[in-house]
Design a protein around this ligand. Sequence first.
Ligand code: SF4
Length: 252
Amino acid sequence: MLTPGNKKLGGRRIWGFSLPSGRPEICTGMSAQCHEHCYARQMERLRPAVLARYEKNLQLSQLSDFEQRVRYFILNHEIAVVRLHVGGEFYSPVYARKWLRIMRRLPDVRFFVYSRAWRDDHIRAALERMTQLPNCCLWYSCDKGTGVPGSVTPRVRLAWLMTDANDRPAGGRQPHLPHPAPAPTVPNTCRWRSCLSRRGWLAEGLPHHLRLLRSMLATSARGALANSPATARAIIALPGELHSDQSIHDSP
Ligand code: SF4
């Protein structure tokens, strides 16, 4: 069900729950851009065991006692932080409300979530209720294909998938930093595709992205634990795919 992060990304303190990626019936709000650059989809293709685990999660999520199973699992393993949907999405309002109730019943557990399901009005209603919870940090993932939502409730943050150096939100709706930005700790552009195609998967691409993911996850985890708006702003400043690139448990 949930799987722990590796030692460099929070160890057993941060656990993830994922579903299969890249399928329209699961990935509500999916765009051509996120489908193309989806880290989780690449990982599932390379590691069938990961995909099998996510398929099983999908089945579990449809059970009537899913919420109870998740709650017991979290309590039994003394999990402090949950990262939802390293792969996959809130595929229906019913499923989103299940997580909303889990969050409410576990106020001492931090949940952090990146989602494109804000594009579905019914699911978005559940997401906005999640953001009202003090133990939930939620980002709307956006890109050239989705655009930026016209308005967001105050606690919702925006993350932009930057596919090249000039890829910015149109119309001046760029997620911005109200205060001076902390010094960036990762490169400004995700070069996943070029790493794979030009520099070689193992030689350059994988180590580069592991460094990128480690840096982003460490920042996210600190923000989730401290509920720090400043840290959240730093995350918004980090470009690249902030939704599915942040694999906690898939990295070696
Ligand atoms: S980025 Fe998210 S929504 Fe897009 S294909 Fe990957 S898991 Fe699905």
